[in-house]
Design a binder for this molecule. Structure first.
Ligand SMILES: *Cc1c(COP(=O)(O)O)cnc(C)c1O
Length: 481
């Protein structure tokens, strides 16, 4: 909840207390340099013992509630017919309004099944923006992914409240060009992850649904960050202001033919879900479920997590839960902007983002500025962030780099895990790095997988700049942190 202090400053105040904690370490910069070198300048390959604040992702890193943990104790272990599943099914009906629930082990498993069932070679899959695993799954199935984002989406200094909107004119043009029968579905991603967690508006979702329905195209909703999108609708769109988060979520689901989500995000557990009211879609997806995930009453999840998901789906529709991450992110972004750093605005749903093209204008995109920035951030702070730029794009068929629309260093804010003092530390060290940005250089690949290279690829700094940066850091902060 936002509270205005007597001096006029607005601060996020947590509507929970912390009852279980985990020790974290802040190791000296030289140790960080050794760890990063070992990890091939890829933050995915670091070990958590070298990491102070783990802002790589909000996937599976959120703090669970006491009620979620308690629910895990009553889980009903059974290969088939588990009561835990039936409790989930009832909750999905009540909270999301869908009769058919399909548990899957995480978000990308749902994408795999969608690709398997709906995407044929030559099909065109339309979406407001892609997510890495989404795009890979649909392309492996032979589909072409088209991102119908608005001009505002790529403006990282925007004040537009809904940069995740889908451009309806582009949608119409695609229907005309490809024909509705070559479009298996249109996908709306709630708070577009790779655009900086930016939401779409309720009116945009309504218009997308109207146009899709007119042409018999199903609307698939990626609800991994559904509660954050609902929070932004409530706080940024006057027509939604009087609705509760629960009502907004229900309203969005009325416009949805197939929901899928990674429960590792908004729902704060390690699992995933697909849901629909169409018996036909349900049957087609269910046919593949036991082969890839598991029987229909657990879908590759542990029944303990299934129980926690049931509670998590309910809790994510409470305002005090939905606001927890976006308000801390807003505080983070406001502080970064106040310090003159090129943070992406407006603040989004899962992370604070730095625009690496503006942070490191001297590094050409072919030398991966966003990747360089994430590694420089780690060296100067022990904070692990994620590259969301050209490294996150795979090469084209000719082997050329595909330059990303945006070069972002994403600093995820896992729900209920970090506090304002952590954010203040981050702002301070990022500010130091900005002042010393000329010391940071580019990267080149030394080991490069073909698909999703950002996970396991190894890189090298061009001109040993990592060691130079650490030297400058030690001059100002000493050898201990
Ligand atoms: C995280 C995420 C996924 C993938 O989910 P996993 O559980 O990590 O497999 C898909 N879509 C969006 C929008 C996400 O943020």
């Amino acid at each position: 909840m936002k509270i205005t202090l007597s001096n006029g400053t607005v601060v996020p105040v947590e509507m929970h207390k912390i009852r279980i904690v985990q020790k974290i370490n802040l190791v000296p910069a030289q140790e960080r340099l050794a760890a990063l070198t070992e990890a091939g300048y890829n933050t995915f390959l670091l070990r958590t013992k070298h990491i102070f604040l783990d802002m790589l992702t909000d996937s599976g890193t959120n703090a669970m509630s006491d009620n979620q943990l308690a629910a895990m104790m009553i889980a009903d272990d059974a290969y088939a017919g588990s009561e835990s599943f039936y409790r989930l099914e009832e909750t999905v009906k009540e909270v999301l309004g869908f009769n058919y629930s399909i548990p899957v082990h995480q978000g990308r498993a749902a994408e795999h099944l969608l690709a398997k069932v709906f995407v044929k070679p030559g099909d065109n899959v339309l979406m407001n923006y892609h997510f890495t695993t989404t795009k890979a799954h649909f392309e492996i199935a032979g589909g072409h992914v088209h991102e119908l984002f608005t001009d505002e989406a790529m403006n990282t200094e925007s004040q537009h409240p809904f940069r995740g909107n889908l451009d309806l004119e582009k949608f119409k043009a695609c229907i005309k060009k490809f024909g509705a029968d070559k479009i298996p579905f249109v996908r709306m991603e709630a708070t577009t992850n790779l655009v900086g967690g930016q939401p779409f508006s309720m009116s945009n979702l309504r218009e997308v649904k109207k146009l899709a329905a007119k042409h018999g195209i199903p609307l698939v909703f990626d609800g991994s960050l559904i509660s954050e999108n609902a929070y932004f609708m409530k706080t940024r769109d006057p027509s939604c202001a009087k609705l509760s988060i629960a009502e907004i979520v229900k309203e969005m689901m009325k416009l949805t033919d197939i929901l899928y989500l990674s429960a590792r995000k908004s729902a704060c557990v390690r699992g995933g879900l697909m849901a629909t009211n169409s018996k036909e879609y349900y049957d087609r997806i269910l046919a593949w479920l036991p082969l890839y995930e598991g029987f229909s009453t657990y879908g590759g999840m542990s029944v303990k997590e299934l129980e926690a998901m049931t509670v998590g789906l309910r809790e994510m529709t409470e305002f005090d839960v939905a606001c927890s991450s976006p308000e801390l992110i807003e505080y983070f972004v406001t502080r970064l902007v106040a310090e003159g750093l090129p943070a992406v605005t407006p603040a989004g749903g899962l992370a604070g983002h730095l625009d690496a093209k503006r942070f490191l204008p001297h590094i050409p995109q072919a030398q991966y500025p966003a990747g360089a920035l994430t590694t420089a951030i780690f060296l100067t702070s022990g904070i692990r962030s994620m590259e969301r730029g050209t490294i996150s794009m795979d090469r084209d068929a000719q082997g050329n780099d595909v330059l990303a629309d945006l070069e972002l260093a994403r600093l995820a804010v896992p729900r209920r895990a970090y506090t304002m003092s952590h954010i203040e530390y981050a702002v301070d060290r990022l500010g130091w790095l900005y002042k010393h940005r000329d010391l940071v250089g580019g990267l080149k690949f030394i080991e490069e997988p073909k698909v999703l290279r950002f996970f396991f690829g190894k890189l090298q700094p061009l001109g040993n700049w990592g060691a130079k940066l650490v030297k400058a850091f030690e001059k100002d902060f000493g050898k201990t942190c």
